[in-house]
Design a protein around this ligand. Structure first.
Ligand SMILES: Cc1cc2nc3c(=O)[nH]c(=O)nc-3n(C[C@H](O)[C@H](O)[C@H](O)COP(=O)(O)OP(=O)(O)OC[C@H]3O[C@@H](n4cnc5c(N)ncnc54)[C@H](O)[C@@H]3O)c2cc1C
Length: 218
């Protein structure tokens, strides 16, 4: 098991028993997530953007338009804080302060490296396709599409995971109350696929779409 050594920034201080620094745990959480939030301090104040994220090896990748202000700031070297959150359950305690959530989250600190190589950009497009809808076959990207897209990567080197998985934690004096307490597990579940309005007639809905699920829901 590869462990990332916690730094001053990444050592979990609040509830340290919920921390995980092993790469496998961090990778699993990143792989299940579709979306991350990237926080950056800009000249006009703090900004956070939600955006698609993929992991390849020990890096995470995001992409977007060169007009995206935050991606531009990141490409220029602004330090970033990236978070990914998976909510596994809502937790109903016997008091307001007993309400909680079971979750798995990751926080990554770092600066971006801009991907300039056109072949690498093409591989990344394929990786985003595979991450969002595994098995989906699409037309190859055009050179001008690749040129007009910013791809950034961040190392998963200064990172931590935090996991809460123990449901209700009420003070003992509340256990005798006539109040229900427990958890409601939550899952990201695929709905029924819908063809797009201008789909060429005769194209069947692929199996990989009918059976769509995120990594955790195996
Ligand atoms: C779905 C969800 C709901 C939450 N609800 C609440 C809430 O209602 N109230 C509340 O106080 N906290 C909540 N938390 C926990 C919250 O994310 C923080 O961990 C906690 O508030 C402590 O913050 P801190 O700044 O004191 O952390 P510290 O322990 O001081 O943070 C130090 C370092 O630990 C790491 N770290 C801290 N938190 C996380 C994390 N969540 N994931 C990965 N690494 C982390 C980071 O590297 C951070 O820089 C929630 C978390 C999740 C995922």
């Amino acid at each position: 098991m590869t462990i990332i050594t916690p730094t001053e920034k990444t050592r979990v201080r609040r509830r340290p028993e919920r921390a995980a620094y092993d790469l496998q745990t961090i990778h699993d959480i990143l792989d299940e997530a579709l979306v991350c939030h990237i926080g950056v301090a800009t000249e006009s104040g703090p900004r956070v953007i939600p955006t698609a994220i993929i992991r390849i090896g020990e890096h995470v990748y995001v992409h977007g338009s060169p007009n995206n202000q935050l991606l531009t700031a990141l490409a220029d070297g602004a330090p970033a804080c990236i978070t990914v959150t998976l909510v596994d359950s809502v937790v109903a305690g016997r008091s307001g302060f007993g309400m909680s959530m079971d979750y798995r989250s990751v926080m990554i600190f770092g600066t971006a490296e801009k991907i300039e190589d056109i072949d690498e950009k093409e591989r990344l497009v394929a990786a985003f396709v595979e991450d969002i809808v595994p098995g989906h076959i699409v037309r190859p990207p055009k050179k001008k599409e690749l040129a007009a897209t910013v791809f950034l990567r961040f190392p998963i080197s200064e990172a931590s995971a935090k996991i809460r998985n123990h449901g209700v934690v009420d003070p003992e004096e509340d256990h005798a109350l006539d109040v229900w307490a427990g958890v409601v597990p939550l899952k990201l579940v695929a709905g029924e696929p819908r063809n797009c309005a201008d789909l060429k007639p005769g194209i069947p809905t692929p199996d990989y779409v009918m059976r769509y699920r995120r990594p955790s829901a195996k």
